[in-house]
Write a protein that binds this ligand. Structure first.
Ligand SMILES: Nc1ncnc2c1ncn2[C@@H]1O[C@H](COP(=O)(O)OP(=O)(O)OP(=O)(O)O)[C@@H](O)[C@H]1O
Length: 266
Protein backbone atom coordinates (compact mmCIF):
# COMPACT_ATOMS: atom_id res chain seq x y z
CA UNK A 1 0.00 0.00 0.00
CA UNK A 2 1.47 3.43 -0.82
CA UNK A 3 2.56 5.58 2.10
CA UNK A 4 -0.05 8.19 1.24
CA UNK A 5 -2.82 5.67 1.90
CA UNK A 6 -2.22 6.05 5.62
CA UNK A 7 -3.40 9.67 5.36
CA UNK A 8 -6.82 8.43 4.30
CA UNK A 9 -7.23 6.46 7.51
CA UNK A 10 -10.20 7.51 9.62
CA UNK A 11 -8.90 8.97 12.89
CA UNK A 12 -8.95 6.71 15.93
CA UNK A 13 -11.79 7.60 18.27
CA UNK A 14 -9.72 8.06 21.39
CA UNK A 15 -6.21 9.28 22.15
CA UNK A 16 -3.92 6.80 23.91
CA UNK A 17 -4.11 6.62 27.70
CA UNK A 18 -1.31 8.29 29.60
CA UNK A 19 -0.28 5.22 31.63
CA UNK A 20 2.68 3.28 30.22
CA UNK A 21 1.31 1.18 27.42
CA UNK A 22 3.39 -0.90 25.07
CA UNK A 23 0.47 -0.91 22.65
CA UNK A 24 -3.07 0.33 22.39
CA UNK A 25 -5.50 -1.13 19.88
CA UNK A 26 -8.63 0.91 19.21
CA UNK A 27 -11.59 -0.30 17.20
CA UNK A 28 -9.28 -2.01 14.77
CA UNK A 29 -10.96 -3.29 11.60
CA UNK A 30 -9.50 -5.20 8.70
CA UNK A 31 -11.41 -5.98 5.56
CA UNK A 32 -9.84 -7.91 2.71
CA UNK A 33 -11.33 -6.81 -0.59
CA UNK A 34 -11.45 -9.52 -3.21
CA UNK A 35 -12.83 -9.55 -6.74
CA UNK A 36 -15.58 -11.90 -5.50
CA UNK A 37 -16.53 -9.67 -2.55
CA UNK A 38 -14.89 -8.87 0.76
CA UNK A 39 -13.93 -10.63 3.97
CA UNK A 40 -14.11 -8.79 7.28
CA UNK A 41 -11.27 -10.42 9.21
CA UNK A 42 -11.28 -8.07 12.22
CA UNK A 43 -14.15 -5.96 13.50
CA UNK A 44 -13.83 -3.27 16.17
CA UNK A 45 -11.14 -4.97 18.20
CA UNK A 46 -9.95 -2.84 21.14
CA UNK A 47 -7.56 -3.64 23.96
CA UNK A 48 -4.52 -2.19 25.67
CA UNK A 49 -1.23 -3.92 26.32
CA UNK A 50 0.58 -2.41 29.32
CA UNK A 51 4.38 -2.49 29.20
CA UNK A 52 5.64 -5.82 30.54
CA UNK A 53 2.40 -7.69 29.86
CA UNK A 54 2.40 -11.27 28.54
CA UNK A 55 -0.69 -11.77 26.37
CA UNK A 56 -1.92 -14.84 24.51
CA UNK A 57 -4.29 -14.51 21.56
CA UNK A 58 -6.61 -17.47 21.02
CA UNK A 59 -9.59 -18.32 18.84
CA UNK A 60 -10.75 -20.86 16.29
CA UNK A 61 -9.27 -21.11 12.83
CA UNK A 62 -10.24 -18.08 10.74
CA UNK A 63 -11.10 -15.92 13.76
CA UNK A 64 -8.54 -13.26 12.83
CA UNK A 65 -5.49 -14.07 14.99
CA UNK A 66 -2.90 -13.88 12.20
CA UNK A 67 -4.55 -10.79 10.78
CA UNK A 68 -4.28 -9.11 14.19
CA UNK A 69 -0.66 -10.18 14.61
CA UNK A 70 0.20 -8.86 11.13
CA UNK A 71 -1.31 -5.49 12.03
CA UNK A 72 0.47 -5.37 15.40
CA UNK A 73 3.71 -6.32 13.65
CA UNK A 74 3.26 -3.46 11.16
CA UNK A 75 3.26 -5.99 8.31
CA UNK A 76 -0.12 -4.77 7.14
CA UNK A 77 -2.36 -1.74 7.63
CA UNK A 78 -5.81 -1.69 9.20
CA UNK A 79 -8.85 -0.68 7.17
CA UNK A 80 -9.88 1.57 10.05
CA UNK A 81 -9.19 2.05 13.73
CA UNK A 82 -6.11 2.99 15.68
CA UNK A 83 -2.93 1.22 16.68
CA UNK A 84 -0.53 3.01 18.98
CA UNK A 85 2.91 1.70 19.86
CA UNK A 86 3.59 3.56 23.06
CA UNK A 87 2.10 6.89 22.07
CA UNK A 88 3.02 6.67 18.38
CA UNK A 89 0.11 6.30 15.97
CA UNK A 90 1.36 3.44 13.82
CA UNK A 91 -1.62 3.52 11.50
CA UNK A 92 -0.50 6.93 10.27
CA UNK A 93 3.17 6.14 9.71
CA UNK A 94 4.81 6.08 6.28
CA UNK A 95 6.15 2.82 4.86
CA UNK A 96 9.71 3.85 5.79
CA UNK A 97 8.68 4.61 9.35
CA UNK A 98 6.93 1.23 9.58
CA UNK A 99 10.08 -0.53 8.35
CA UNK A 100 12.04 1.26 11.06
CA UNK A 101 9.52 0.20 13.71
CA UNK A 102 9.69 -3.42 12.52
CA UNK A 103 13.49 -3.41 12.57
CA UNK A 104 14.08 -1.66 15.87
CA UNK A 105 11.06 -1.77 18.13
CA UNK A 106 9.52 -5.17 17.46
CA UNK A 107 10.86 -8.71 17.64
CA UNK A 108 9.25 -11.54 15.66
CA UNK A 109 9.18 -15.25 16.42
CA UNK A 110 7.46 -17.67 14.03
CA UNK A 111 6.15 -21.22 14.28
CA UNK A 112 8.47 -22.42 11.51
CA UNK A 113 11.57 -20.65 12.94
CA UNK A 114 12.40 -19.06 9.54
CA UNK A 115 16.14 -19.69 9.78
CA UNK A 116 18.42 -19.70 6.73
CA UNK A 117 19.77 -23.27 6.39
CA UNK A 118 23.11 -22.28 4.84
CA UNK A 119 24.01 -19.95 7.70
CA UNK A 120 25.44 -20.86 11.10
CA UNK A 121 23.64 -20.18 14.37
CA UNK A 122 25.66 -17.01 14.85
CA UNK A 123 25.09 -15.81 11.28
CA UNK A 124 21.35 -16.41 11.62
CA UNK A 125 21.29 -14.33 14.79
CA UNK A 126 23.24 -11.59 13.00
CA UNK A 127 21.02 -11.59 9.94
CA UNK A 128 18.89 -8.50 10.80
CA UNK A 129 22.11 -6.53 11.36
CA UNK A 130 23.48 -7.75 8.05
CA UNK A 131 20.35 -6.47 6.26
CA UNK A 132 20.55 -3.09 7.99
CA UNK A 133 24.32 -2.73 7.44
CA UNK A 134 25.05 -2.67 11.16
CA UNK A 135 27.49 -5.56 11.42
CA UNK A 136 30.58 -4.77 13.45
CA UNK A 137 32.92 -6.41 15.92
CA UNK A 138 30.78 -5.09 18.77
CA UNK A 139 27.59 -6.39 17.20
CA UNK A 140 29.22 -9.81 16.69
CA UNK A 141 30.06 -9.91 20.39
CA UNK A 142 26.48 -8.95 21.20
CA UNK A 143 25.20 -11.80 19.01
CA UNK A 144 27.57 -14.23 20.71
CA UNK A 145 26.17 -13.14 24.05
CA UNK A 146 22.65 -13.70 22.71
CA UNK A 147 23.60 -17.22 21.56
CA UNK A 148 24.89 -17.88 25.07
CA UNK A 149 21.79 -16.26 26.56
CA UNK A 150 19.56 -18.83 24.82
CA UNK A 151 21.82 -21.74 25.79
CA UNK A 152 23.59 -22.20 22.43
CA UNK A 153 27.01 -20.84 23.31
CA UNK A 154 28.60 -24.13 22.30
CA UNK A 155 26.66 -24.39 19.02
CA UNK A 156 27.42 -21.08 17.33
CA UNK A 157 29.04 -22.71 14.29
CA UNK A 158 26.28 -25.29 13.79
CA UNK A 159 23.79 -25.10 10.91
CA UNK A 160 20.04 -25.18 11.69
CA UNK A 161 19.79 -28.76 10.29
CA UNK A 162 22.17 -29.89 13.02
CA UNK A 163 19.88 -28.56 15.77
CA UNK A 164 16.68 -29.85 17.37
CA UNK A 165 13.43 -27.94 16.83
CA UNK A 166 13.68 -26.36 20.27
CA UNK A 167 17.25 -25.26 19.61
CA UNK A 168 16.21 -23.78 16.25
CA UNK A 169 13.49 -21.82 18.00
CA UNK A 170 16.10 -20.58 20.50
CA UNK A 171 18.15 -19.26 17.58
CA UNK A 172 15.05 -17.53 16.23
CA UNK A 173 14.37 -15.98 19.63
CA UNK A 174 17.98 -14.79 19.89
CA UNK A 175 17.64 -13.28 16.40
CA UNK A 176 14.43 -11.51 17.45
CA UNK A 177 16.38 -9.86 20.30
CA UNK A 178 19.24 -8.57 18.20
CA UNK A 179 18.05 -4.95 18.22
CA UNK A 180 16.87 -5.24 21.83
CA UNK A 181 13.16 -4.68 21.11
CA UNK A 182 10.90 -4.19 24.12
CA UNK A 183 7.91 -5.81 22.37
CA UNK A 184 7.97 -9.39 21.06
CA UNK A 185 5.30 -10.86 18.77
CA UNK A 186 5.19 -14.64 18.44
CA UNK A 187 3.00 -16.62 16.04
CA UNK A 188 2.48 -20.09 17.53
CA UNK A 189 6.10 -20.25 18.72
CA UNK A 190 5.64 -23.76 20.14
CA UNK A 191 3.34 -25.07 17.38
CA UNK A 192 6.06 -27.33 15.93
CA UNK A 193 7.51 -28.52 19.23
CA UNK A 194 6.88 -31.48 21.53
CA UNK A 195 5.66 -31.00 25.08
CA UNK A 196 9.01 -30.85 26.89
CA UNK A 197 10.58 -28.55 24.29
CA UNK A 198 7.47 -26.37 24.43
CA UNK A 199 8.06 -25.99 28.18
CA UNK A 200 11.69 -24.95 27.58
CA UNK A 201 10.72 -22.30 25.04
CA UNK A 202 7.97 -20.99 27.31
CA UNK A 203 10.50 -20.78 30.17
CA UNK A 204 12.72 -18.69 27.92
CA UNK A 205 9.83 -16.40 26.91
CA UNK A 206 8.83 -16.09 30.58
CA UNK A 207 12.40 -15.06 31.46
CA UNK A 208 12.31 -12.41 28.72
CA UNK A 209 8.97 -11.21 30.07
CA UNK A 210 10.39 -11.08 33.61
CA UNK A 211 13.14 -8.83 32.24
CA UNK A 212 10.40 -6.37 31.35
CA UNK A 213 9.78 -7.21 27.70
CA UNK A 214 6.19 -7.16 26.54
CA UNK A 215 5.17 -10.38 24.79
CA UNK A 216 2.12 -11.15 22.70
CA UNK A 217 1.76 -14.65 21.30
CA UNK A 218 -0.81 -16.47 19.23
CA UNK A 219 -1.53 -20.02 20.32
CA UNK A 220 -4.08 -22.79 19.85
CA UNK A 221 -2.92 -24.53 23.01
CA UNK A 222 -4.66 -23.70 26.32
CA UNK A 223 -1.62 -25.06 28.21
CA UNK A 224 0.54 -22.42 26.52
CA UNK A 225 -2.00 -19.66 27.21
CA UNK A 226 -2.09 -20.72 30.87
CA UNK A 227 1.52 -19.58 31.23
CA UNK A 228 0.73 -16.08 30.01
CA UNK A 229 -0.74 -13.37 32.23
CA UNK A 230 -3.76 -12.65 30.12
CA UNK A 231 -5.69 -14.10 27.18
CA UNK A 232 -7.61 -12.36 24.42
CA UNK A 233 -10.06 -14.59 22.53
CA UNK A 234 -11.29 -13.74 19.03
CA UNK A 235 -14.31 -15.15 17.24
CA UNK A 236 -15.41 -14.17 13.74
CA UNK A 237 -13.00 -11.23 13.87
CA UNK A 238 -14.43 -9.82 17.11
CA UNK A 239 -12.99 -9.84 20.62
CA UNK A 240 -15.15 -12.05 22.85
CA UNK A 241 -12.94 -12.42 25.93
CA UNK A 242 -10.09 -10.49 27.55
CA UNK A 243 -8.98 -11.70 30.96
CA UNK A 244 -7.16 -14.42 32.88
CA UNK A 245 -6.18 -17.47 30.78
CA UNK A 246 -8.32 -19.76 32.96
CA UNK A 247 -11.50 -17.95 31.88
CA UNK A 248 -10.59 -18.24 28.22
CA UNK A 249 -11.41 -21.95 28.17
CA UNK A 250 -15.11 -21.27 28.73
CA UNK A 251 -15.11 -18.67 25.95
CA UNK A 252 -13.42 -21.12 23.58
CA UNK A 253 -15.79 -23.92 24.52
CA UNK A 254 -18.76 -21.65 23.82
CA UNK A 255 -17.20 -20.95 20.43
CA UNK A 256 -16.82 -24.68 19.74
CA UNK A 257 -20.42 -25.37 20.79
CA UNK A 258 -21.64 -22.59 18.52
CA UNK A 259 -19.63 -23.97 15.59
CA UNK A 260 -21.00 -27.48 16.17
CA UNK A 261 -24.56 -26.16 16.38
CA UNK A 262 -24.17 -24.34 13.08
CA UNK A 263 -22.82 -27.55 11.47
CA UNK A 264 -25.93 -29.44 12.69
CA UNK A 265 -28.25 -26.80 11.27
CA UNK A 266 -26.54 -26.77 7.89
N1 LIG B 1 -4.97 -12.04 2.44
C1 LIG B 1 -6.23 -12.39 2.65
N2 LIG B 1 -7.16 -12.18 1.70
C2 LIG B 1 -8.44 -12.51 1.90
N3 LIG B 1 -8.93 -13.05 3.03
C3 LIG B 1 -8.04 -13.28 4.02
C4 LIG B 1 -6.65 -12.97 3.88
N4 LIG B 1 -6.02 -13.32 5.02
C5 LIG B 1 -6.95 -13.83 5.84
N5 LIG B 1 -8.17 -13.80 5.25
C6 LIG B 1 -9.45 -14.22 5.83
O1 LIG B 1 -9.61 -13.49 7.05
C7 LIG B 1 -10.17 -14.31 8.05
C8 LIG B 1 -9.22 -14.37 9.24
O2 LIG B 1 -8.06 -15.06 8.85
P1 LIG B 1 -6.79 -15.25 9.82
O3 LIG B 1 -5.72 -15.92 9.02
O4 LIG B 1 -6.46 -13.96 10.45
O5 LIG B 1 -7.38 -16.26 10.93
P2 LIG B 1 -6.62 -17.10 12.04
O6 LIG B 1 -7.42 -16.97 13.29
O7 LIG B 1 -5.18 -16.69 12.12
O8 LIG B 1 -6.73 -18.59 11.49
P3 LIG B 1 -5.76 -19.85 11.72
O9 LIG B 1 -5.87 -20.23 13.17
O10 LIG B 1 -6.36 -20.91 10.82
O11 LIG B 1 -4.37 -19.47 11.32
C9 LIG B 1 -10.42 -15.67 7.41
O12 LIG B 1 -11.76 -15.70 6.97
C10 LIG B 1 -9.47 -15.68 6.24
O13 LIG B 1 -9.95 -16.51 5.20
Amino acid sequence: MPASASNEMPAADLPPRTEKLAASIRQLCKEYRLSSGSVVALRDVSFDVPEGDFVSIMGPSGSGKSTLLNLLGCLDRPTSGGYFLGTDDVARMSDDQLADVRANRLGFVFQSFNLLPALSVLENIELPLHYSGQLSRTSRQRCERLAQRVGLGDRMDHRPMQLSGGQQQRVAIARSLVNDPRFLLADEPTGNLDTSTTAEILDLLTELNNEGRTILLVTHEPEVADLTRRTVVLRDGGLIYDGPPTGARAALQATAVRATASEVHR
